[in-house]
Design a binder for this molecule. Structure first.
Ligand SMILES: [Zn+2]
Ligand SMILES: [Zn+2]
Length: 426
């Protein structure tokens, strides 16, 4: 039997890994500039955490998690998202007692047992950003602007592949009325809904607003928007955010049917969509979850956050296959040492170690093949400079330096390699 990766789980070959690492580094740098601190949470949590946070009746907990009993019969779940685990961490370690706002981020894989699709496999990576403290609309706008800034950072041209959509889900004072209205209005149209939405009607009617099926979109169009149900506070809050967006010159659109797949959001939610991604085009999504920490047994700590889907972000920037030339360049050895003979190989170990200490990127071929064969290999590997050390050269304390692009070569003193390479490689 041929061994293969699990369906929906993907290997990153070097060319892909370098692309994702590049994006992760960009995000990490921007987040640190904005005062966020990196943390790590475990891959596994008790299932109960997700049932209590994400909500028992959401699609995620009902159908999409990897949940299993371990050898001690404890029910565990591979994290389908990061916010719940981060809240658990904040409560468990008393992080809420630290000076606020608390600004943290986490980068890692999430797991959902969905139908694998472009840009979203069963294992997918997220850059998860959380902001906890007494929230004003200023913080929210700062955070949304930061998300946009990170997404656009790798773009050097004028392309604008990202669009921002925003909505408010109301608060515990006004959302129940909207939910009641939805149940009433949708019950009458029940027959027109898709099978999934028929199920959703009793357990999570808000999600119907988000259904991608045409038949459901038709029904949703005839509904009153949630904005008609907002209480005075929610209305003012939303207006303040819109006002700040305009002052900051952020382009956005209000999408009254925008909801999130998670139960815990209140008020502001947003999505940033990417061009060319098809139906699943959300690159970044987030919103406020003011009561989640309290519901999980912590203090009253309003919070907001967002997550960027790394694979979708990459897909939107680079397309399916395109990997920027500059990144591929990083995979090549700049210099390659070919020591010929036993003495030269021993000396070679010292040379590469010394040069690496000086910050020079160098590999070596410690093999017993012909020089010609090894030079061919060096060419395939993409080395720009090859250092050849034979017994003859070793006696003179010299080394042959071959420029693979120009095809020229010269003999220099071993003690001068470092200076020569630094000069030629920069
Ligand atoms: Zn409200
Ligand atoms: Zn539907």
């Amino acid at each position: 039997m041929k061994l293969q990766a699990v369906r929906g789980f993907k290997d990153w070959l070097p060319e892909e890994a370098i692309k994702y690492q590049y994006l992760i580094e960009i995000a990490r740098k921007e987040l640190k500039l904005a005062g966020f601190q990196e943390i790590k949470i475990p891959v596994l949590e008790k299932t109960e955490l997700f049932v209590r946070s994400i909500g028992e009746v959401t699609d995620i907990v009902q159908k999409e998690t990897y949940t299993f009993e371990d050898r001690n019969k404890e029910l565990l779940t591979l994290r389908p998202e990061a916010t719940a685990g981060i809240c658990r961490m904040v409560i468990e370690h008393g992080l809420y007692m630290r000076p606020k706002p608390l600004k943290i981020f986490f980068i890692g894989p999430m797991f959902r047992h969905e139908r694998p699709q472009k840009g979203r496999l069963r294992e997918f990576f997220q850059i998860d950003v959380e902001f906890m403290g007494n929230l004003t609309p200023y913080y929210e706008v700062e955070l949304i602007e930061l998300a946009l800034k990170i997404l656009k950072k790798p773009l050097k041209n004028q392309r604008e592949p990202f669009t921002l959509e925003i909505n408010s889900l109301g608060c515990p004072n006004c959302r129940p009325a909207f939910r009641d209205y939805l149940l009433y209005a949708l019950e009458k149209e029940k027959e027109k809904l898709c099978e999934t939405c028929k199920e959703r009607l009793s357990r999570n009617p808000l999600r119907i607003l988000d259904c991608k099926k045409e038949q459901c979109k038709e029904v949703v169009k005839g509904l009153k928007p949630i904005s008609e149900f907002w209480c005075e506070d929610c209305k003012n809050h939303f207006e303040k955010i819109i006002e700040l967006f305009k002052i900051r010159n952020l382009s956005f659109s209000i999408n009254s049917y925008l909801v999130r797949g998670l139960d815990y959001y209140v008020r502001t939610i947003f999505e940033i969509k990417g061009e060319g991604l098809g139906a699943q085009d959300t690159v970044c999504a987030g919103g406020r979850y003011d009561f989640l920490i309290k519901e999980l047994g912590g203090p009253d700590l309003p919070a907001t956050g967002f997550a960027i889907g790394l694979e979708r972000w990459a897909l939107c920037l680079f397309g399916e296959k395109d990997i920027p030339e500059a990144l591929l360049e990083e995979l090549k050895p700049q210099c390659l040492l070919i020591p010929l003979g036993k003495e030269a190989k021993i000396k070679g170990l010292k040379i590469i170690s010394t040069l690496r200490d000086k910050g020079i990127k160098i590999s070596a071929l410690f093999e017993d093949r012909s020089l010609k064969a090894m030079l061919r290999e060096a060419d395939k590997l993409g080395a720009s400079l090859v250092l050849i050390l034979g017994d003859e050269e070793l006696k003179e304390n010299k080394i042959v330096l071959k420029d693979m692009k120009k095809g020229t070569q010269e003999k220099i003193s071993i003690d001068e390699i470092e200076f020569y390479l630094l000069e030629n490689l920069l």
